[in-house]
Design a protein around this ligand. Sequence first.
Ligand code: ADQ
Length: 482
Amino acid sequence: MATRKFDLVIAANRLPVDRVVGPDGRNEWHRSPGGLVTAMDSVMRHRDGAWVGWAGEAGEAPAPFAEAGMWLHPVPVSREEITSYYEGFSNETLWPIYHDVIVPAHFHREWWADYRAVNERFAEAVCDVAAPGAKVWIHDYQLQLVPALVRERRSDVRIGWFNHIPFPPVELFAQLPWRSRIIEGLLGADYLGFQRQADAQNFLRAARQLDGRTTKGETVTTTDPDGSVRVVRASAVPISVDYEGLDELARTPAVEQRAEQIRASLGDPEVVMLGVDRLDYTKGIRHRLKAYEELLVDGTLRSPEVTFVQVATPSRERVAAYRQLRSEVETTVGRINGTYSAIGRPALHYLHRSYPREEMAALFQMADVMLVTPLRDGMNLVAKEYVTCRHDDGGALVLSEFTGAWHHMKQAFVCNPHDIEGLKLTMMRAIETDPRQKRRQMRALRRQVSENDVQTWADRFLTNLELAPERPDRTGAKGARP
Ligand code: ADQ
């Protein structure tokens, strides 16, 4: 059977679905949770495209299939490659380097070899489904070699790459033994999109300082293997949420009733604080719990008048640093509850599982203070989802200055999560500020997110891709490498 061809091809590590065996023993595909899927889902709903990605199980891949209005094209990843390409190179080498080395990065040449091999396989799959002249949109740090590998095979397509996580400062990126290969891989694209201007600038600086490329403004000049000179643009296109869809969901009577019900089952406390994160060391969960515990210790906050709900989604549980984080967080939760809970009234509710969208919307709606305290985060969609769900203009957002989100959500209560005293003061300010002032802040935040939603993000990315590649003489960039 001839492979179907598409004018828009998305490539991301994971397909947006998980296989679930139904009660009748048949395969069903359920939408999987996570930032990228949440964002792309609403983008693909309006466009006829194909999505190339791993289906989440080791070994042979299922045949391509249509689901949720998309053509899904699974790429096989073996058991060994899950360990080397995914858990190893992506999550133990790149993830720490790209997030300020909060935990040490590990370098293994075998991991790199498999990273390259899996990137080749993704590039082949992309070329299989891309129609002549198609737009190819590659996502994230797991697929940084795919742009150049696609270009080698298909000079007719337009190639864009978007980084969901930060791009590190040159001093950290320089540690990577394969840094020049990664720069070369990315420069196969026509357009490179980043969450913040600073991320785009970090990439441009790395290309210039570590790889001797010529940069000018937002562009880098590169020479392809066939000798042709191209200019690649790198700029910021911050991701956002499906504001309209989520706002509508949050206004449904079912979600509003559920929000009241959750609050009642917490014992109708005066203040509910909420944290929602993947259980990842970048999210600052430990810092947040420490601040909360100290506020209970010194009597500034009292349980059960105040309670804290922490939703921590299971994540990367086979990676040692994540297992250690889980054990530390759960020890702290146990200690806080052992000391400050009353029977039937925990001081801290810890929920280590995934929830449907409706339940998340109800949680956001009932929380007086949302704590988003990452040590480093590309964007952080939770902050934007929280304000989207607050159509009553209630609530308060505490937001770390180390998230991409903070750069355009400056009406939030800003914090530096490393500064525990400062974090405690900010949490108290978020509780005690005059409600009228908080409403003003929330209105401004909601306006910001509504005017810059996920559609705006996708449109901006695709327009930038459309306008690329620019000719060297148009940008004035000179000095291509021989
Ligand atoms: P993540 O690190 O996964 O994303 P984030 O942006 O907060 O972080 O997105 C998490 C998503 O998962 C949100 O949509 C949230 O609602 C959802 N979620 C979290 N816990 C859940 C639970 N228990 N049940 C159901 N859903 C849950 C990466 C980058 C971010 C970047 C995004 C998008 O690390 O910086 O914002 O990609 O680019």
